[in-house]
Design a protein around this ligand. Structure first.
Ligand code: 6GU
Length: 245
């Protein structure tokens, strides 16, 4: 997969050189490029923003530097058969979920346009639809100062789903949100720590009982912390005792 990120703070994306994603890049599993939006300006002051038409607080990102930057990255993958997906991080976007991470992990090229200030001139978003599949996307219902932190989160969520990035693919199966429930609690040695015992069933060696216990814990946690998830969850996937609650 190829990923291009355009930002006025390319240094903000430095963590993408570390850990799992950094390793995936070194291994050639992920071809990731960060671009400085100011490199696509033509004026002496390299300006990327201006005051909003209609008035109001803050500044709006100018259309032309964005059009230049996006045209440049759209043509980056010569051999591509489909339009790249342009993700525009914004609290006004569609909610980014694990299901969307899986969907986006199938794409050949993703481009992330990190807005700052009050956002990007809407005409660029309209124009971009000629070259990209445009997806405004939000992490959740709160406001960040810009798209960069959201891109760190989205690239990590998508990148770890690419083939070969996570060493043991089994760890992608039994994790929170992979099947609509939150993850069960986990424990390691010692079995007794500060007078707290590991639940006895986990030491029993009875794998059927352990699976059932974990499923029940998943359900209890989800009911307590994220009851909204249970509204769309298929109760048939639960142990019988948890089905009617
Ligand atoms: Cl994707 N961007 C910004 N700027 N704020 C956010 C967000 C994204 N998701 C939640 N808040």
């Amino acid at each position: 997969m190829r990923i291009d990120v355009v930002s006025i703070f390319p240094e903000y994306l430095a963590p993408l050189e570390l850990s799992l994603i950094g390793k995936a890049r070194q291994d050639g599993l992920l071809d990731l490029h960060v671009h400085d939006l100011r490199g696509f300006t033509t004026d002496k002051h390299r300006s990327v923003d201006d005051t909003p038409y209609g008035g109001g607080a803050g500044m709006v990102m100018k259309a032309e530097p964005w059009a230049q930057a996006l045209a440049s990255v759209a043509g980056a993958d010569e051999a591509k058969a489909t339009k790249p997906v342009l993700i525009v991080p914004s609290p006004a976007g569609e909610r980014f979920t694990q299901a969307l991470a899986h969907e986006l992990a199938e794409e050949e090229q993703l481009v992330f346009a990190c807005g700052r200030y009050e956002g990007i001139d809407e005409r660029v978003i309209e124009w971009a639809a000629e070259h990209f599949t445009v997806r405004p996307m939000s992490l959740g219902d709160y406001v960040l100062n810009g798209g960069e932190v959201a891109v760190l989160a989205m690239v990590e969520a998508i990148g770890r789903l690419l083939p070969g990035v996570v060493g043991n693919p089994e760890s992608l199966v039994e994790e929170s949100h992979s099947d609509g429930l939150l993850e069960y609690p986990v424990y390691t040695k010692p079995s007794s720590w500060r007078d707290r015992e590991v639940p006895a069933v986990l030491l029993s060696g009875n794998h059927g009982k352990i699976a059932q216990w974990r499923r029940h814990q998943q359900y209890q946690r989800t009911a307590e912390r994220r009851p909204d998830l249970l509204e769309t969850f298929d109760a048939g996937k639960l142990p019988r005792a948890d089905r009617t609650a």
